[in-house]
Design a protein around this ligand. Sequence first.
Ligand code: XMP
Length: 597
Amino acid sequence: MEKIAVLDSGGQYCHLIARKVRELGVYAEILPVSAAPAKLERFKGIVLSGGPASVFADESPQPDSGLFQLDKPMLGICYGHQLMARYLGGTVERGETHEFGSADLRIRWHADLFAGLAGRQRVWMSHGDRVSELPPGFAALADTLQCGIAAMARPDRGLYGIQFHPEVAHTPNGLRMLCNFLEKVCGCRMDWRPRDRIEQLKRSIREQANGRRVLFFLSGGVDSMVAYTLTVQAVGSESAEAVYVDTGFMRSGETAEIEAAFRAMNLGKLQVVEASKMFLGRLQDVIDPEEKRAVIGKAFVDLQDEILAGERFRGHDWMLGQGTIYPDTIESGGTQSAAVIKTHHNRVERIQELIDEGRVLEPLAEFYKDEVRELGRALGLAPRLLARHPFPGPGLAIRCICNGAAARPEPDAEIAAVAEQWGYRSFLLPLRSVGVQGDSRSYAKLTVLHDGPLDYAGLLPAATAITNAFRRTNRIVAALAPQRLAVEDWRIERASLNAKRVSLLQAADRMVTEFLYREGLYSKVWQCPVVLLPFACAGGETIALRPITSVDGMTAAVAQLPPEALLALARRMRAIDGIDAVVYDISHKPPSTIEWE
Ligand code: XMP
């Protein structure tokens, strides 16, 4: 079988590359970038992934010195492109500014990699360092405004390097470039097809369970439902137990909806556990988002221990089933050297111990959201259930932003100067949220743009320019209602998690979901977190809307919902008692994550 090796330098997108290669019909395997060259002999070609490190950092992942002596076609992506330049005698220099997001690529020479493509391409960039001098024998293929050597090649040896990411959906012709590399440069036949995945998965579930009883926590989301259905079909409902925990951080009406869906599909018995008091009690003083995740994970583990000590499991050997999918493991540092962006609730310490003991079943850990939906369809799950937006396990708890000390908005002259170029006023808020920049986690302040039109042609480039230039902010919002904010009247309040805040968020979230269905927008948006911020002018809070489009949650673009409908929604939301303002998140991922935390 023809195989491609994807060498992992810890990039968030490493597995995505492997998956795209498989989708294109060539089997791909992931190996660490330091893999011994002898191990790579059996591959038709090699892709070097991006990574969170700078090639200048002491501990940055390095290849074996013999890698580039191998007579194999190679494609270096981002960090991989820089490694290729450096090891073959070119120069890499530190960039003064970072380049994140969409860029316009001008192709000077197509060679094989860009065969059949137009001379201008939209590509996705996420880097600081750049290649400044070509290695001997190489030619530059393309540039962007900020990056002189955005692509280079030595076609006689099948060596190609590109600074951008062809594997993400936001490089629209990226798949075509990868296909060119596989077909034209590596000479692959492109005939590998994953057959019978479902039967194979069921066999593997039976083998792993090996007669043990499997306990599943269902969140109501697609992943846990598909994982559970597969498991029931593999081992029978006698050996699989589904528990739904009402943590108090679910969406309004969620419990009833999941119970009904479960009954309709005849999936055995669902146990519903009411635990909202316990969860809220443990979280009431927790401000830090990572700590929140740890507490939630621990609460699930404690419940799990209680259930396992109960009648249904007593005297039986057991294991825990989880609907973990690929991005969940990647963003928690699941690949060899990926940076930890956030700790997924499925990866807290105790779960990690159970994984080490071989007690965790994760049938979907190699799949992406779109593939999980496909599996669900094949298994016969209801279309409405499969079409639901992803909802994180920790639920609304991570969308309810907490804050330890009261503060005021901070005027920022440098950011204001950039915002002004697009016709907006701005200020910085010392309210931090999680982001992902250059493949690493960031936790930085929020920029608010206001007093200008809801016009994406101005807002989106303004947001990209600001996050590219200033590391002190990683997320930008535009004011929807009111559109102009008299800064002196606003402040950030001290805020923790409490029942009142959560029910305010539930009410706002319900209003947004109903709006999306009513306007026919639900299926056009991949996910729409609704977030509560303790930013107030009249004793209330602010709601942030975060509708995005995405293919797999690894990268995301701001969903450009119709401005008039959106403004009308924001005005209605502001009429809810306790909501002082509504803002719209206009940051792509990267640099911001989808959730705020
Ligand atoms: P971020 O915020 O990392 O989110 O851009 C990517 C996708 O993952 C979802 N997400 C989670 N899902 N448990 C889950 O089941 C979690 O702990 C979790 N954290 C993030 C998020 O909603 C988005 O779809």
